[in-house]
Every structure is written in C-alpha cells, then in structure tokens.
Design a protein around this ligand. Sequence first.
Ligand code: GAL
Length: 483
Amino acid sequence: MRRTLLIASLAVASMLAAACGSSGSASTTPAPTSGTSAAGTSAAGSSAAGTSAAGSSAAGSSAAGSSAAGSSAAGSSAAGTSDAGKPGGAGGDVGVFTWWADGSEKQGLDALVKIFGENYPNDKFVNLAVAGGAGSNAKAKLASDLQAGNPPDSFQGHAGAELTDYIKNGQIEPLDDLYKAEGWDAVFPKDLLSRLTMDGHIYSVPSNIHRANVVWANNAVLTKAGLDPKAPAKDIKGWIADMDKIKASGVSTPLAIAGTWTQVELLETVLISDLGADGYNGLFDGKTKWDDAKVTTALNDYKTLLTYANTTADGDDWPGAIDAVIDGKSAYNVMGDWAVAEFNSKNQKDGVDYSYFAVPGQDGVYDFLADSFTLPKGAKNPEGTKDWLRTIGSAEGQKAFNLAKGSIPARTDVASDGFPPYQQWAMDQFKKDTIVSSIAHGAAVNLSWNTDISNAVSQFYGSRDVAGLQTALVQAAQSNMAG
Ligand code: GAL
C-alpha cells in the first residue's frame, strides 16, 4: 500500500514537472497572514500574502496569456452576453472529476448534482469521481488525463497553491466573463478570489470552505476517562496528558489516524500549535526556516502523538479514523470538517455522542482550505461546464452542497440559519479567527511540494527519525519554494 501511494505521488510530481517543462519548482501560495477581520471578507486570510498567492509570476503569465482557447474566456465581451447560459442548459454530457466517490462525500456531490439537474435538465452529469480522500488517487489520474489531452469537463482543485499549478501549466481557462455575468465578484470574499486569480484573470469557482484543524472526540470515551468533553486541553502537552488518562481508562489507541495524507494534516496542525499562526505562515514564504528549533519541537510532539495512535497503512482513508472515534476504539481524530458528514451518516448526535474543538494550542486559528471547480482547456462541453459552474457558484447550490458536506459556503450571502450546529460554529469562527492555509489540502503548498512532504511523512511513519524528517522537510522547502 505504502509503496503504491508513493509511486502514485511521484507520478503526479513528474507529470507536473513534465507539463511545466521544468524541474517542478513551481511557486507556492504563501500562507495568508493572520488576518482576523471583518465578517466574510477575511476568507482566505486577508493580506498581502494572500494576494501575492495568486499573484504574478512569469510562468503564470505565459499560462494565462497563451492559448487560443483561453482568449475566448478571458478576453472579451460585455458582461452577461456570452455567458448568460441557455434556459435548461447547453445540453450534452458534463463529465465532472472529483474524489467524492463514496460515503458522505458522495452525498455532498449528489446534493449538488440534484440542483444541477433541476436547473439544467438538458445537461447530463457524468460522474468521473476517483475514490481516495484528499485526492490521494485522483490527482495522479487527473495529471495523466490532462497531460494526455483528455481533460474532464470540470475538475476539483484546491484554492491557492494547488490551483496555481494548473494555471501555470496552462491547463485551465479563465472564467472572467462568467464571474461578470453572475456578479460573483461581489459575493465571494476578496481574499478567496485572490487565491483563484493570476495576472488579473480568475480561474475557478469555489464550492465551499473547509477547516482542517478540528479534533473530533467521542464524548463517552472522554467521560469514562474523567475528562470533560466541553473543556479540551489548551496545548499539545495538555492534550498528551489527556491521552494518558484515556489510555489508563482502557483505550489503547486514544488517537485515530489513517493513511499518509491524514498524517500530513495532523503534522500541519502540530506545527500551527508549536509555531503559532505567524510562525506557521512563515514556513511558506521563507520567513520561518524549516530547520528552526520550534519545528524540531513540533516534530518531536508529532512523534509523541503517534505513540498514542493505531497502526495504519498509506492507503487507509479518513472515514475509518472517524469510525474508530464513533466506535469508541479511539477518543480523538484530527480531521477536516468533512468528518461531520460521517458522524451524521452514522446518526451520531452533536454534543451528545461527539464533540469537536480546534486542535489544542490553536483556538482562534482556522486552518483553511477550499474546493473549487475549473473549466479545463480542451473540455469537450465548455458550455455545459459553465452550467455546472453556475450551479456551484449559486447560493442555492452552495447551501445544498455545504449542508451535506460539512463545510461552510464560500459565498458570504448564504444565511447560517438552517445549518446544523457544527457549521454555525464554523461560520462564526471563520469570521473571527486568524486564517492559515492547509498543507495537506493544497492551500499552502503546490502539488510537488505536497508530494515531497507526504513522502517525508510516510517515511517517518516507519523510521520515527525526527532529524531525518526535518532534513527532508528542509529539502522539500528548498526545492519547491518560489525564489
Ligand atoms: C480534501 C477536500 C475535501 C474532502 C477531503 C477528504 O482535500 O478538499 O473536500 O474531500 O479532501 O477527501
């Protein structure tokens, strides 16, 4: 399993490198600075860093600028004329590529597909999903399809550094006209839009905002260990002390983990706790060195946390880790808030059966990621794709999708009432919190940097060699950080 994943990841990196015609050193999306800020506008963390994220770069301009196909979208036209869409839809198949292939994630996709079908009955949704959380299998398939000139009509990509890969590689079309026609500039947070924009052109439509740094906990297990589910630990050390109590109560693996990408997500949250939001953000623009002593502290904490975890293999997926919490085999799992959909699908009651809190040491920090959808260059049915994108960007689509997915709407004009308690909490936190970018989910680092970090984390799972992990992380930064 482990080998398969590594090979798949390497395949993605090398395809990207080939597509870039370079050694793969794409520039990265700097983490946003710790913008607190006003409701809605803080989105992807305000600030300079956020903006430069989607910013410039020579590679970017060539991608955005080239291509005849690109000019039709980016170029011309008065608002609304070319992109108003046809009543009932353009017609034809619309093949959409995601990794929301089964379980609660498919339920989210299905909610969106339902609205798409109602609004565009002429169009036929074709589900091209490839299973595997965080795109762990899908991204390699996508890279090979794109390279072979066989793109889907739309694919899922993370806002931020990951999207800039596709833009720089010239693989997706700008969507400026669609944004103008739909008035989307006014309804999505500016700092999120900046992460979808390069050289003045905007390239994808965000469907949602997820939070990665959430601990999901089994209330009964905590209570049995003498812990109050409403009073989580304040820092990593306190959390480890709680895990000792849980172990003493008879639960041998208090912390549930799954395959490599879930470990990367756990590691990123430990880095946030031990470096603080600003220190963590600095890892992506060179202000914080990966060989810093605080990174060493975080890696040691991460190593300690793994001693409380179950054994796992690279390909194990996230629902298994959440199910271990639901079943009481573990007390905790650090997982993005797609997890809430899994609790719902197993009829678990918020506040009764399970609880959630920011990873200890980062209350007030929102580890952000957003899914977005693209119009690939060479898509067979671009007008049908635009119908799909209109569905994604609509208030109705965002409400239906996010209700089912566990995330919060990317649009700022979707009311929070009607959402369950978790999402109401998340919407509130998102307005107030300092925003940082997820490593594991393409917001902070591009695909090749993510691959290098994942390989280092995968190797560490076997070796438990902190010095070796830190050296590999330093090297990953050196070979991937924009100069
Ligand atoms: C993330 C994605 C989420 C969810 C998660 C688990 O990368 O953004 O929407 O699908 O993976 O698969």
